[in-house]
Design a protein. Structure first.
Length: 289
């Protein structure tokens, strides 16, 4: 079993083959794990999770209209369903969020696992939610404005990072990280966690299923950069080997062309040094075909 990778999936353990083109092998309990995904709520309905971990995975808000998008109180996309019956993010695990590196520290929340951020303040109305969190050491505040565009079939996330305190932070990196599982879950899902992945050098990372890849339709979803302020900050798009990568500078699995398998995706901003009161904003978007 040297070619297999074991990963924890909420209440179950599942096995994902690393070899390209291999089918998803699941331990008995995968069905229960998929059923344990955040429950649907009425569009526009807010709820409150209990405890830190559940506030990254449980449903806090369901955006009205299509695509159906579920959000946690910590600002993680827990589901992205479109068309009806096809879910594309974090099938089996809730895997979407953000990674912040500075000095020699890493703070992150990628849904299933988190570290280094405190409690959140969150509010939602219509197609827009605002989530604010501060690192546990009090050095950074991250404000996320997450809005859905029904016509564009897209979710835009504006991440505004503010340096708090008097010291200067070095080697600041901010990333958006996602586990793309295209068509894997939902009522018409294939339970196949293998897709094709690709990335441009800077602008986008994406995953797709060819038309005849599964018994039902094949779709594509993209994570793309929209804007950064200041505009000189370097940024890159990558396919990550680890679906929930929480490192500061992951290797791009698709640096030399598309890859087939079970991967993650990220947009990375290399902000650099930030002194007291310095602000960086990065805007990214999830867009499905």
């Amino acid at each position: 079993m040297s070619n297999l990778q074991l990963e924890s999936c909420r209440s179950t353990i599942y096995i994902r083959p690393l070899a390209a083109g291999s089918a998803m092998l699941c331990a008995a309990g995968l069905a229960a794990g998929l059923a344990a995904l955040p429950a649907a709520a009425a569009p526009g309905e807010q709820g409150m999770g209990a405890g830190v971990r559940s506030e990254s995975t449980d449903t806090y808000y369901v955006y009205p209209g299509r695509p159906r998008v579920w959000l946690s109180r910590h600002g993680n996309l827990t589901r992205f369903e479109g068309p009806a019956g096809y879910d594309h993010i974090g099938g089996g695990t809730v895997g979407e969020g953000y990674v912040l590196c500075y000095n020699s520290r890493i703070a992150y929340d990628v849904g299933y696992t988190e570290s280094g951020f405190g409690t959140s303040t969150a509010s939602c109305s219509g197609s827009t939610c605002t989530v604010t969190r501060t690192t546990t050491d009090g050095l950074f505040r991250l404000r996320q404005v997450i809005s859905k565009d029904t016509v564009q079939r897209a979710v835009t996330i504006e991440m505004t990072l503010t340096k708090l305190g008097q010291t200067t932070a070095s080697n600041v990196t901010l990333r958006r990280q996602v586990d793309f599982d295209v068509d894997a879950s939902g009522s018409l899902g294939s339970n196949n966690f293998t897709s094709w992945f690709g990335a441009t050098e800077r602008e986008s990372a994406f995953a797709w299923n060819p038309a005849n890849y599964t018994a039902n339709e094949g779709h594509m979803i993209m994570l793309r950069h929209l804007e950064r302020v200041p505009s000189y900050v370097p940024y890159t798009a990558k396919v990550t080997f680890s679906i929930l990568d929480t490192s500061c500078n992951p290797t791009n699995a698709a640096a030399y062309g598309p890859v087939e398998g079970d991967y993650g995706a990220t947009i990375q901003y290399n902000v650099g040094s930030m002194g007291q009161g310095a602000v960086f904003t990065g805007r990214v978007q999830y867009l499905r075909n």
